[in-house]
Design a protein around this ligand. Structure first.
Ligand code: ASP
Length: 312
C-alpha cells in the first residue's frame, strides 16, 4: 500500500514537472512612447537599449527559476525607476513647478488584486508602494501625502524630493514621454502588469495620468491578458485602453493582436501612445501609433528583441 502511494506521488510530481516545463513564460517591457530615435543622441539610444536588455535578461532568469509574474513586473519596473534615462522614479518628468510627482500601479492577473499610487513625492520606488497598498490595505488607489505617509509607516525607502530631479529632466523642453511598464507571464500560467511614471512634462501640479488608474494604463486578468500603456494619459483614461483590450477578448473572443488593433482604431487619436500586452499562451503585442516606443520582449522560446523606432 505504501509502495503504491509512493509511486502515485512520484507520478504526480513527474506530471507537474512536465506541465511546468511546457508552460511558456515571457516578459515584455516598455520605456515610454513618443521617443523619436532620429532626434535622440546615440548615447541615449544605447543607454535605453542596454537598460531594457538588462531588465529583460534579469526578468527572464527570474521567471525561469519559477518566480511569480507579480514579483517579476515589480522588479523590472523598480530597476527602471532607479535609472535616470526613464521618466519614472529618478529622472521623472517634472510638473510646472519643477517638482516630481510620481504615479504607479500594479495588478495581479490571477486574482484581480491591484493598486495604484499617485502624486508620490518621497517614496523612492512608487511601484513597490503600489504593491504594498495592494497587499496591506483594502484600498486600490492611494494619493498624495497619504500615500507617502503609508510608505514611510511601512518602512519603505524614503528620499528627499530632490533625489528624483535630474538636470536632464530640468532641461527637457520637448514633451517627454518615457513612462515605464512591464507585463509578465510566469511558469504557473499567471499574468501581471506594472506601470510607473512621472507623468507629462510641465503638467499642472496635482494632475494624475492613466498609469495609476486600473483599466486605463494598467490591467491584468489571467482570463484575457496583461497590459501596460504609455502616452497621453487623458486619452487612455477616456478610452479605458488597458481594460478595453482585455474586455474585447473576454466578451467578443477576438485575438490579442486584433483586440489591440480594434481598441486603437475605435476613436483613439493619432500619435497618442502605445501598449505592451501579453496573454497566457505567451502571445505578445508591442503596439504604438507614435513615432517610436522604447520596448523589448524576451520569452521561453528564445525570442529576445529590443527596439525604439518603427524600423527596428
Ligand atoms: N501615460 C503617462 C501619463 O499620462 C505619460 C507617459 O506615458 O509618458 O501620465
Amino acid at each position: 500500500m505504501k509502495k503504491w502511494l509512493a509511486v502515485s506521488l512520484l507520478a504526480l510530481w513527474a506530471c507537474q514537472q512536465t506541465a511546468l516545463a511546457q508552460q511558456p513564460y515571457a516578459l515584455v517591457v516598455h520605456g515610454g512612447a513618443g521617443a523619436d530615435p532620429a532626434q535622440m543622441e546615440p548615447e541615449e539610444i544605447e543607454g535605453i537599449k542596454a537598460r531594457i536588455t538588462e531588465v529583460l535578461s534579469r526578468g527572464l532568469d527570474q521567471l525561469k527559476s519559477g518566480q511569480s509574474a507579480l514579483r517579476v513586473v515589480e522588479n523590472a519596473v523598480r530597476d527602471l525607476e532607479d535609472d535616470p534615462w526613464f521618466n519614472a522614479g529618478r529622472g521623472a518628468a517634472l510638473n510646472s513647478d519643477g517638482e516630481a510627482e510620481l504615479d504607479a500601479a500594479i495588478m495581479d492577473g490571477s486574482n484581480l488584486h491591484c493598486a495604484g499610487v499617485a502624486d508620490v513625492r518621497r517614496v523612492k520606488n512608487p511601484i513597490t508602494l503600489a504593491r504594498w497598498v495592494m497587499e496591506k490595505t483594502p484600498h486600490v488607489l492611494l494619493v498624495g501625502p497619504g500615500a507617502d505617509r503609508f510608505g514611510q509607516e511601512s518602512g519603505l525607502e524614503i528620499v528627499n524630493p530632490e533625489y528624483f530631479i535630474t538636470e536632464r529632466a530640468r532641461r527637457a523642453l520637448r514633451k517627454k514621454q518615457g513612462t515605464v511598464g512591464c507585463v509578465a507571464l510566469d511558469r504557473q500560467g499567471h499574468l501581471a502588469a506594472a506601470t510607473s511614471t512621472g507623468g507629462l512634462t510641465n503638467k499642472r501640479p496635482g494632475r494624475v495620468g492613466d498609469s495609476p488608474v486600473i483599466g486605463a494604463g494598467t490591467f491584468a486578468d489571467d482570463r484575457s491578458c496583461a497590459v501596460s500603456g504609455t502616452g497621453v494619459g487623458e486619452e487612455f483614461i477616456r478610452h479605458q485602453v488597458a481594460g478595453q483590450i482585455s474586455q474585447r477578448i473576454r466578451l467578443t473572443g477576438v485575438s490579442l493582436p486584433e483586440s489591440v488593433r480594434q481598441t486603437f482604431a475605435d476613436g483613439l487619436p493619432d500619435d497618442v501612445g502605445g501598449v505592451i500586452a501579453l496573454n497566457r499562451k505567451g502571445e505578445w503585442v508591442m503596439h504604438f501609433n507614435t513615432v517610436g516606443m522604447s520596448r523589448g520582449v524576451a520569452d521561453s522560446t528564445g525570442q529576445f528583441k529590443v527596439a525604439i523606432g518603427k524600423e527596428d
